[in-house]
Design a protein around this ligand. Structure first.
Ligand code: C2E
Ligand code: CA
Ligand code: CA
Length: 425
């Protein structure tokens, strides 16, 4: 019997990758298709021999520093360096598939078909099981579509069966909501004049007991499309109200927290009744609550935007325009609604050496200020932008250069109980 490496071994290799290395790797979920049929048609011995042959073919395929393991029977995982370009991935999988299909063993030659799911790792650490799950999801989604041949799919680039995928997630998310696995995180907004933190954005995090933290982009679209986001957002809003009140009572500190208004809520005529009911229960100081409206949902709906903003404003809450500069930004949105804050999207802070970008940033800050609107720069990761934004008189900065989103308890410890602040040189 061949001694095949197992899941635990692969997980160790996975965990040993440095942040920089990880950015170059992908995790491939590979399954031999119709394995049960193969077993029945021939026999179990030959089935086992096939699995070993595939494992050998994979070993031959790997480059130094790349790994493969048998996870279960006819199911393997590979950790390989692979391009992010779809055409190159396509060529890669075709060659890998040939290597397996054309094994120099006439018992198997030309008889093996595989499914591949490819998940590119990022520099940001992701739990091994999440990477594996993501690779599995995109492999299994199109498994039935092309039953007779090999097939592959790349995570995040195309989904062939979103309904199936959503169905799976819906089964998991309901109990997760009840268990309280969806938790509130806060990302500080740093005052660029004083370095103090008296504001934050509320962001949701899904922490699964087995899988660890699940990326927002993996479940938020599903929450939106199923309408479950309303429940999550109203729950978040309630926690936010309670938290602000407690900090005021215990520490005598006023912290402003902004919440994201989802697409569904924005389009729902009576959305505000739900928020009002919760607020009436807690009577949180209204100036401590801000609603963030996404540029992408308000575009072309200036009339609706005005209604929503007026409703929130008349009640006493403030509003900000989120992701400004990310899409087809429209200055008419700024001139038509009573906004207090504008959030410049992270896409404008990607290339420090681009003088054109700087011109845009400067004009956005100036225009907003002339309209009496304050500005938050979002997604800033480098000191150079900090210096530039301070020089422009931008009001707040929310970005990894200072702080990542953190659990409420940590925020409390550092900025409410404590007085941590950023010191500018
Ligand atoms: P957003 O409202 O634009 O939130 C800011 C996003 O940028 C957050 O991602 C945050 O972690 C990320 N970010 C902040 N600073 C940096 C930085 O310096 N570098 C990089 N690379 N990223 C940075 P997150 O938490 O993954 O959320 C993604 C989006 O999902 C949010 O974008 C928001 O639109 C939506 N979202 C998150 N939580 C909720 C929620 O509770 N309700 C609703 N309706 N939407 C939510
Ligand atoms: Ca936001
Ligand atoms: Ca944003």
């Amino acid at each position: 019997m061949l001694d095949m490496k197992n899941e635990r071994w692969l997980m160790e290799k996975y965990n040993a990758l440095s942040d920089a290395e990880r950015g170059e790797y992908a995790l491939i979920s590979l399954k031999i298709k119709r394995f049960r049929v193969f077993n029945r048609l021939y026999n179990r011995e030959l089935g086992n021999a096939l699995v070993e042959k595939v494992y050998e073919a994979l070993q031959e395929w790997l480059q130094p520093g790349e790994y493969a393991a048998q996870i279960h029977l006819n199911y393997f995982n590979l950790l390989v360096r692979i391009s992010k370009n779809y055409e190159e991935i396509f060529q890669y999988v075709i060659r890998l598939n040939q290597q397996i299909r054309d094994m120099p063993d006439e018992r198997f030659h030309g008889k093996v078909f595989c499914g591949f799911g490819i998940y590119h790792l990022t520099r940001e650490p992701v739990d091994f099981y999440i990477a594996q799950y993501n690779a599995d999801v995109c492999r299994s989604e199109c498994a039935e579509r092309d039953f007779k041949n090999s097939h592959f799919d790349v995570y995040g680039q195309s989904y062939h069966d979103p309904v199936l995928r959503d169905y799976d997630l819906e089964q998991i998310i309901q109990p997760a909501l009840q268990r309280g696995d969806l938790q509130l995180y806060l990302q500080p907004k740093v005052d660029l004049r004083t370095g103090e933190v008296t504001r934050a954005e509320a962001l949701i995090r899904w922490i699964d007991p087995q899988r660890g933290m699940i990326p927002v982009s993996d479940f938020l679209p599903m929450l939106e499309s199923t309408g479950l986001i309303d429940r999550v957002d109203l729950h978040t809003f309630e926690v936010v109200c309670r938290t602000i009140n407690r900090w005021l009572r215990v520490y005598n500190k006023k912290i402003q927290i902004s919440v994201n208004l989802s697409h569904c809520m924005f389009n729902y005529r009576y959305y505000f009744d739900d928020y009002r009911k919760i607020h009436e229960k807690y009577r949180t100081p209204k100036e401590c609550i801000e609603f963030e409206l996404l540029e992408s949902i308000v575009l072309n709906q200036v009339e609706r935007l005005r209604q929503v903003v007026d409703e929130l404003h008349n009640y006493g809450f403030t509003c900000s325009l989120d992701d400004f500069g990310s899409g087809f930004s429209s200055y008419s949105v700024l001139s038509n609604a009573d906004l207090s804050m504008l959030k410049i999207d992270s896409s404008l802070f990607q290339n420090e050496s681009n003088p054109r970008e700087k011109v845009l940033i400067r004009h956005i800050v100036q225009s907003a200020h002339e309209l009496g609107i304050m500005v938050v720069a979002e997604g800033v990761e480098t000191q150079k932008y900090v210096d530039y934004l301070r020089q422009l008189g931008c009001d707040f900065l929310q970005g990894f250069v200072f702080y990542r989103p953190m659990p409420v308890e940590e925020f409390e410890e550092r900025f409410v109980r404590g007085n941590e602040k950023v010191r500018f040189s």
